[in-house]
Ligand binder design. Structure first.
Ligand code: NDP
Ligand code: X2W
Length: 345
């Protein structure tokens, strides 16, 4: 598979390069930029000296179609909605890491992202790339909407309970924390060193663009799921997301039943690891890897279940999941190029 990356100079693009460099079935043919055409890629990322020799190229769908089979878009929201239709029209497969193609209702995208939505036929054609629960569709897809980082951790954390209709439908509360690389490479007030170092910040209260994405997926599994409460926080670390999810069980259950449910649901899903009873994952335990690790608790006094779900935002939350999708689209083992252990400590 010959691939190109648009938005290669961002963190998502750089992570795609790190991972694809080890992929046995993929050749990175070209790296594209809207602002630095003609400059060697290593000017952006010197750690790739003697590994990546490409110069950044312009974004020209017609030219790209002559040289590659698939394009990763690691661009800010608002770009893929225009670029994806052009790439698909050239016969290219596309995996979009941005939020542009995830939300099926155009008006919801425009409300939460404050941008114009992609054409309806593009949104309709895009397959939501959550491989653990959407493999059959991904296999046939030419256009993938790669899930958001927070939604990946939340949806994997909730799937077994929501799919089996075991929770009170409007009882979902998500307390999510993200590392700073989740905000991308370009500097903003929130990611400025002096703002985030030695600090713990809540942001986008009741306004986060991942709310409609999470609700859409959960409703797809159980149409009765009510609106969620979702809070996001910035933590002064480089990689990692922890979502602590609270839900009310419909009926009394035991912690053993809860574990049995999750172990069964994720038995054949290589990138989701359910911790044993009483053990909870930390972000470092998935650092640099494509794992989503899940810990579970049941409080008999309140009937509340707590799910702790951790991922590396740049891997399972972005580039790793995108490669998992590519593997499935190509008919490869989904672990190809992703079968490495987390960096620890
Ligand atoms: N960081 C993360 O953990 C995650 C990110 N995402 C999503 O993935 C996408 C990429 O994120 P990330 O890499 O962090 O972001 P960055 O800000 O680090 O990089 C985005 C890149 O997009 C390029 N770009 C900017 N404007 C344009 C334009 N008009 N046309 C084409 N390219 C443009 C820039 O490169 P240049 O100037 O060279 O063109 C820039 O390097 C975003 O949509 C983000 O929301 C999703 C999940 C997790
Ligand atoms: C820490 C941080 O700022 N994270 C970003 C994640 C953005 C992202 O991944 O956006 P899309 O999924 O919509 O493309 C945020 O909370 O907006």
């Amino acid at each position: 598979m010959r691939i190109a990356i648009v938005g290669a100079t961002g963190y998502g693009g750089a992570e795609l390069i790190r991972l694809l460099n080890h992929h046995p079935e993929v050749e990175i043919v070209s790296l594209h930029s809207s602002s630095q055409q003609g400059t060697p890629y290593t000017e952006s990322y010197p750690h790739l000296q003697e590994i990546i020799y490409n110069k950044l190229e312009e974004i020209n769908p017609e030219e790209m179609a002559k040289n590659v089979d698939l394009v990763f878009l690691a661009t800010p929201s608002g770009i893929s909605s225009k670029l994806s239709p052009e790439l698909v029209a050239q016969g290219l497969k596309v995996i979009d890491l941005s939020g542009d193609l995830r939300i099926k209702k155009l008006e919801d995208y425009e409300f939460w992202y404050k941008k114009c939505a992609a054409p309806k036929e593009t949104i309709d054609a895009a397959v939501y790339g959550l491989p653990e629960w959407n493999k059959a569709e991904i296999k046939k897809a030419t256009l993938i909407a790669n899930p958001g980082c927070y939604p990946t951790s939340v949806e994997l954390g909730l799937a077994p309970l929501v799919q089996k209709e075991l929770i009170v439908e409007d009882s979902i509360i998500v307390d999510a924390k993200s590392a700073v690389s989740g905000a991308g490479r370009s500097l903003s007030a929130i990611s400025h060193y002096t703002e985030m170092n030695d600090n713990f910040k809540i942001y986008k209260v009741n306004q986060h663009q991942h709310i409609p994405e999470i609700e859409q997926t959960l409703k797809g599994w159980n149409g009765n799921i009510g609106p969620i409460t979702f809070s996001t926080h910035l933590v002064p670390m480089t990689r990692g997301i922890m979502s602590t999810i609270y839900v009310k069980a419909k009926n009394k259950m035991t912690i053993d039943q809860l574990h049995e449910l999750y172990n069964e649901a994720y038995e054949n899903k290589p990138f989701v690891r359910v911790r044993p009873k009483g053990v909870f994952p930390s972000t470092k335990e998935v650092y640099g890897s494509n794992y989503c690790d899940i810990g579970l608790a049941y409080d008999e006094r309140t009937g509340r279940i707590m799910i702790v779900s951790v991922i590396d935002n740049l891997v399972k939350g972005a580039a790793g999941q995108a490669i998992q999708n590519l593997n499935i689209m190509m008919g490869l083992d989904e672990k190809t190029g992703l079968n490495f252990v987390p960096v620890y400590p």
